[in-house]
Write a protein that binds this ligand. Structure first.
Ligand SMILES: Cc1cc2nc3c(=O)[nH]c(=O)nc-3n(C[C@H](O)[C@H](O)[C@H](O)COP(=O)(O)OP(=O)(O)OC[C@H]3O[C@@H](n4cnc5c(N)ncnc54)[C@H](O)[C@@H]3O)c2cc1C
Length: 604
């Protein structure tokens, strides 16, 4: 084995977003040594982009809220495919996690009597999102970083993990490279926590940044762990659509939480046209009631713009397809109309939604206090991921844990806004705790030098092909186009079969990719190394979607538009088979305990 720069830890955390940092803090607090690896600079993880807030049933704005309502909302939103144990733990533990963040220095917006302010969000029955204007993620990551670095963790920035190392059926560490110099890095570890975020870059239009190439999903799959729910990709209903350079950038649901409404080109508020049965009783009958809800009237029901994201995204697609879209192929989101109701509306909007105000002003020359925004769906969040145990977050590979967006279970078929930031805190904390416990109990694993050498040779192969190989960008671009068009918001079997064929061809081409130049900060090389991960998650999404012959939550099949009762009791699980091919299986969901069933019935 060549000499690799080596850093050994008890617990290695891959990813420095909310989930990774929270896991690292918890593990370090038990006295074990902790290393954190981040593909980008510390503080630049996706979590920093989160706008709307952290869902936690603290009942500060509406005292009727409690963990039981939050649990029922999360399960309903996920169309009952959720891991109910995770939904229970999440609802119970999120408030304490928010208070912990506050104790570490996070400054939240306040109610008049000084408690943490909570705002309305889609699918949440009561105002539940603790927030800091529309910059909640920034405050969260700042607080976790400040607290974390005092716990003694070591951080490796701009380091990318290429493969997980295993030893006799357990995880043994990770192997990667640093972006700056292109040197290889070896990380022996007793336990590993994956916290690598999402897969948005598998699609053409996305709110996700360059890092989200599904690395954690692919690393776990290649190491032998199971993936679950990969068919459920969330398309957020409101991304920017104009100008083209900013297409996909998120427009927070907070806009609708503050009273923003969706209209088509005829000026009609189309979200009243089609209210799903599951939500009919909880939805306002008219504009007036919806407005009262956003202003805190406890007798009013929520406006249809605060239905779940899957439904709103499909309603927008319907308006566009039927010729009622906006000039650039979206619909209108209007918050400026609240000037009819509030005397100081412009100031109110700027105070409540400062980032949105600046985003539109600077990127689209639109003043959202005066005119509507043009918006359309954007690939946003991955419900599917590494299959984990609900309590410990350990995957099916001993010693490998996963938390945050790269783990599956909590959100089922559709995530409610705000439930990701709380997910990171609750399950990041749990993953860190149990990973530290595993490290203490199981001791050091053996590093197999051949595993590292193989990964190094594969990583350097594109340089050997040099200019003679195909460039990686073109393949990446075509893959994104293929996923967008064939495995997007609305799917059919025929299109998905076509996608599988195309993915296979992209895979063939990716084996012949060549890059020029040297190993220092070589963007082409990094893209070539991301490609296998993008291909793995794209194939997993497509195969899982083919394995679910129904429409549920974020997964809508035009050829199977109804729900199928049998499929509603199953998760789709994906593993790498002994022949190296992807195996897809339907796994029955464990029976829910009677007391949880009772809660769901009471809240229906
Ligand atoms: C614009 C926007 C707004 C959002 N608003 C909200 C909101 O208001 N409320 C809410 O609940 N959710 C929101 N979300 C979703 C939420 O922000 C994310 O789901 C969440 O932050 C994911 O956190 P994470 O810790 O799992 O991963 P991330 O924060 O995505 O961090 C992933 C980390 O893994 C690292 N990494 C990835 N691959 C590798 C590799 N191969 N090697 C080493 N490191 C690697 C990355 O560098 C990064 O450090 C929003 C998302 C976006 C994009």
């Amino acid at each position: 084995m060549p000499e690799y720069q080596t850093h050994a830890y008890d617990v290695l955390v891959i990813g420095a977003g909310g989930a990774g940092l929270r896991a690292a803090i918890e593990a370090a607090a038990t006295g074990v040594s902790v290393g954190v690896i981040s593909k980008s600079l510390l503080g630049k993880a996706h979590t920093v982009m989160a706008e709307g807030g952290i869902a936690a049933a603290m009942g500060n704005v509406d005292e009727r809220d409690n963990w039981r309502v939050h649990f029922a909302d999360t399960m309903r939103g996920g169309q009952y495919l959720n891991n109910w144990r995770m939904a229970e733990l999440h609802a119970k533990e999120a408030p304490e996690c928010v208070h912990e963040l506050e104790a570490w220095g996070a400054l939240f917006d306040r109610t008049k009597d000084g408690r943490i302010l909570q705002r309305n969000f889609g699918g949440h029955k009561y105002p539940r999102l603790a927030h800091v204007g529309d910059r909640t993620g920034l405050e969260m990551i700042r607080t976790l970083q400040d607290h974390g670095i005092h716990q003694g963790m070591e951080v490796h920035m701009e380091a990318t993990v290429l493969t997980l190392l295993t030893d006799d059926g357990r995880v043994a560490g990770a192997f990667g490279y640093d972006r700056e110099r292109g040197r290889f890095l070896l990380f022996p570890a007793k336990a590993v926590v994956l916290a690598t975020g999402g897969i948005g870059r598998a699609y053409q239009i996305t709110s996700n940044s360059w890092e989200y190439t599904g690395d954690g999903h692919a690393l776990a799959y290649e190491a032998g762990a199971a993936l679950m729910d990969m068919e459920f990709v969330q398309f957020h209903p409101t991304g920017m659509i104009w100008p083209p350079s900013v297409r996909g950038i998120l427009v927070t649901e907070g806009v609708r939480g503050e009273g923003g409404v969706l209209r088509n080109k005829e000026g009609r508020r189309f979200m009243f046209d089609d209210i799903p049965e599951l939500y009919r009783k909880q939805t306002a009958d008219n504009d007036e009631e919806g407005w009262r809800y956003t202003q805190g009237d406890k007798e009013a029901r929520r406006p249809p713009e605060l239905l779940t994201r899957d439904h709103i995204a499909r309603s927008i697609v319907r308006e566009i397809k039927e010729g009622r879209g906006s000039p650039h192929g979206g619909v209108f989101l209007d918050i400026s109309w609240i000037k009819e109701r509030l005397p100081n509306a412009a100031e109110h909007i700027k105070r409540k939604l400062p980032s949105m105000y600046h985003q539109f002003k600077q990127l689209a020359d639109i003043d959202i206090t005066k005119e509507p925004m043009e918006v359309g769906p954007t690939t946003h969040y991955m419900m599917g991921g590494v299959q984990v145990d609900g309590d410990t977050q350990m995957s099916t590979l001993p010693g490998l844990f996963a938390a945050g967006e790269c783990a599956a279970g909590l959100h089922g078929a559709n995530r409610l806004g705000g439930n990701s930031l709380s997910d990171l805190l609750v399950f990041g904390k749990r993953a860190g705790h149990y990973a530290a416990g595993f490290a203490k109990e199981h001791g050091t694993a053996r590093i197999d030098p051949q595993q590292a050498d193989r990964a190094a040779a594969a990583a350097l192969a594109p340089f050997e092909r040099g200019d003679k190989g195909e460039g990686p960008y073109q393949i990446q671009h075509q893959l994104q186009e293929s996923m967008q068009n064939l495995v997007g918001i609305v799917r059919t079997e025929q299109e998905m079969q076509r996608a599988l064929g195309e993915i296979e061809q992209f895979r063939e081409r990716s084996r012949r990719v060549g890059v020029a130049g040297n190993r220092e900060y070589n963007g082409g090389w990094h893209t070539a190394l991301d490609l296998p991960n993008l291909l793995t998650v794209s194939e997993a999404v497509t195969r899982a979607a083919l394995g679910r012959p129904e429409s549920r939550g974020a997964h809508f099949r035009e050829d199977r538009p109804s729900k199928d009762a049998e499929s509603g009791k199953m998760n789709i699980v994906i593993r790498k088979g002994p022949d190296g091919r992807m195996q897809v299986a339907r796994q029955p969901i464990a029976e829910m305990p009677a007391e949880l069933k009772q809660i769901i019935q009471e809240m229906s």
